[in-house]
Ligand binder design. Structure first.
Ligand SMILES: CC(C)(COP(=O)(O)OP(=O)(O)OC[C@H]1O[C@@H](n2cnc3c(N)ncnc32)[C@H](O)[C@@H]1OP(=O)(O)O)[C@@H](O)C(=O)NCCC(=O)NCCS
Length: 149
């Protein structure tokens, strides 16, 4: 899904991700259509950059991508909600996500899902804007207890 360019370095990154998954530091989620992967994201649950956590128990969602033919039917939203569920189960209260500055479409989408911009960074990882929101499960809990009416 990431294309064939720099395949070897992608493989090295993925090997590291799967190693961290074995250690419980992050998890890879895939959306499946009849046995074929059509979308993915990774969610980091531990060992998060303190600037991204920003004093909160945040999980960090990254590397979200949906196969072009399966876009705009809710696959990304389903993946983000599944990540939220996993984060909440690990005691995380917030979801953070990093977006490349030029990716206005993704930023608009996350804003629609209630993510708000809180941090920016410009370093070797790129020019990123960070957005966050409470895990979706916190909202459901408040609604159940009547706090949101
Ligand atoms: C950004 C990305 C992950 C979104 O994936 P997606 O599965 O299309 O996202 P969703 O379907 O959940 O939502 C996208 C749009 O579809 C709409 N949608 C959701 N369900 C729908 C449905 N059943 N019918 C029609 N539209 C629907 C959403 O309202 C949203 O509308 P908008 O674009 O007008 O805001 C995808 O475009 C992608 O892979 N882009 C390239 C990689 C990338 O930019 N990743 C983000 C890195 S931070």
């Amino acid at each position: 899904m990431w294309g064939l360019s720099s395949a070897e370095s992608r493989r090295r990154v993925l090997r590291r991700y799967f190693g961290e998954q074995d250690e419980g530091a992050q998890a890879g989620l895939a959306a499946d259509f009849n046995g074929h992967p059509v979308g993915q994201l990774w969610v980091r649950l531990r060992r998060i950059d303190p600037a991204i956590e920003d004093g909160l128990a945040a999980a960090y969602v990254h590397t979200l991508v949906v196969v072009r033919e399966f876009r705009r039917i809710g696959v990304a939203e389903g993946l983000v909600r599944a990540a939220s569920n996993l984060a909440a189960a690990h005691g995380r209260t917030h979801l953070a996500i990093g977006v490349d500055r030029p990716n206005d479409a993704a930023r608009r989408l996350y804003a629609k899902w209630g993510f708000r911009r809180y941090h920016e960074s410009f370093d070797l990882r790129g020019d990123l804007i960070f957005m966050r929101r409470r895990v979706f499960e916190a909202e459901a809990g408040r609604t159940r207890s009547g706090e949101l009416g």
